[in-house]
Write a protein of this length. Structure first.
Length: 307
């Protein structure tokens, strides 16, 4: 009987260095690179925040100083908290009337924008067919049209119906311009809401409007509040359309009144303290609203982007 032995031999192949493939970077190295980029981004973000806060504080400080001290020492501090500059802006710049016009225009246009956009967004989020898809695309395309392109057509159209130099006409323009973004935002938010409660209401015989009014709106109050506050901030600060459509001083909104006040300073001598006070009157109310509702705004925007 003959035993056959088989010996396995292992051959080692040595590849020259010039023919070796470069190794892929490990996950740890990529993670380190991302950490560095993230750290740089955080530093730049906080630098931007600090710069804006510093500018805001400097603006408020200068509002309590007179023109001579501002020009002599731009980075100085006020000697007193005398509100004379605010009184000057309020009376000479006619900011009292402009503030009332801005408050009325902003609240009315923002409320009507959300009131009209919410039902439309709810319908577009719940019904999917060719018509709703086309309407959704139509609103999305409206986001890409800049206001500068439609200023002249809007002026001509409003002039034909005698709504130029009118707060009613300005309200209509604000509503029309704001609808695409508001519908787009609320459509995304409604799609993120669960459908179980609406289906249960439909089984109980509730109409579509009843379901929207009693169930969907209470669930969507965060998104609706977000849309409303965003429109308030946008309409309060809007300048181009108001400057184009309004000619009478008694109908000026705050941004237009501020521009008019600056023009007055050109002829009567620059009053930098009053100018800074006017800036505070325009900026600080929206800053207060954002500080008050900033967290809810962030939550509403993030929930709306869920789907």
């Amino acid at each position: 009987m003959t035993a056959t032995l088989t010996e396995d031999t292992t051959r080692t192949i040595v590849v020259p260095p010039e023919h070796r493939r470069p190794r892929r970077r490990s996950g740890a190295a990529i993670g380190n690179d991302r950490s560095v980029i993230r750290a740089i981004g955080i530093v730049l973000l906080w630098a931007f925040v600090v710069l804006n806060v510093a500018w805001m504080v400097w603006m408020v400080i200068q509002a309590f100083r007179d023109t001579r001290s501002i020009l002599a020492e731009p980075w100085g501090l006020p000697t007193s908290l005398d509100p004379v500059n605010f009184v000057t802006a309020w009376t000479v710049g006619d900011f009292a009337t402009a503030t009332m016009n801005s408050v009325v225009t902003t609240l009315v246009s923002s409320f009507l924008t959300v009131a009209l956009a919410a039902p439309a967004a709810y319908y577009l989020s719940r019904v999917e067919n060719r018509l709703t898809n086309s309407l959704t695309m139509y609103f999305v395309l409206g986001l890409g049209i800049p206001a500068q392109v439609i200023v002249i057509p809007l002026f001509v159209m409003l002039n034909e119906v005698y709504l130029t130099d009118s707060l009613i006409g300005l309200n209509l323009v604000y509503i029309g311009v704001s609808m695409p973004f508001t519908v787009f935002l609320l459509t995304a938010f409604f799609r993120s809401l669960p459908l179980e409660m609406e289906e249960a209401a439909a089984l109980d015989g509730t109409t579509a409007f009843g379901t929207f009014w009693r169930i969907t709106l209470p669930l969507a109050k965060g998104g609706i509040l977000t849309a409303f506050v965003l429109q308030v901030i946008s309409h309060w600060n809007e300048t181009l359309l108001a400057l184009t459509l309004l000619q009478s001083t008694e109908k000026y909104t705050l941004p237009v009144a501020l521009i008019s006040f600056i023009q007055q300073q050109t002829y009567s001598g620059a009053d930098w303290g009053g100018l800074f006070a006017g800036l505070c009157i325009v900026v600080l109310p929206m800053l207060a609203i954002y500080l008050w509702l900033g967290r809810r705004l962030t939550e509403g925007l993030t929930l709306g982007m869920g789907k």
